[in-house]
Ligand binder design. Structure first.
Ligand SMILES: [Zn+2]
Length: 81
């Protein structure tokens, strides 16, 4: 699994919709890719922030957080190739 695939399937992974084989590939990738661990962490936090904002009636969405993380992951991947 590549970082790009990881990001594509992250929502299915979180909601438990990912087939077992793919979920294992996901966990495997998480085990060897600190960038994606970081991304998943940021993703969860972004969702929590979004929910919190909704609860508080604040519609500010922290869009800049995932965009930066994606760029960091893609840059790290380029270096590794
Ligand atoms: Zn990765």
């Amino acid at each position: 699994m590549t970082c790009r695939e990881f990001i594509e399937f992250i929502e299915d992974y979180r909601s438990g919709k990912l087939p077992e084989a793919q979920r294992q590939a996901f966990d495997l990738h998480l085990g060897k890719c600190p960038s994606c661990v970081c991304y998943l962490d940021g993703y969860e936090k972004t969702i929590l922030l979004g929910r919190k904002s909704l609860c508080e009636g604040d519609d500010r969405i922290p869009e800049e957080v995932p965009a930066e993380l994606i760029e960091a992951i893609l840059a790290a991947r380029k270096k590794g190739e």
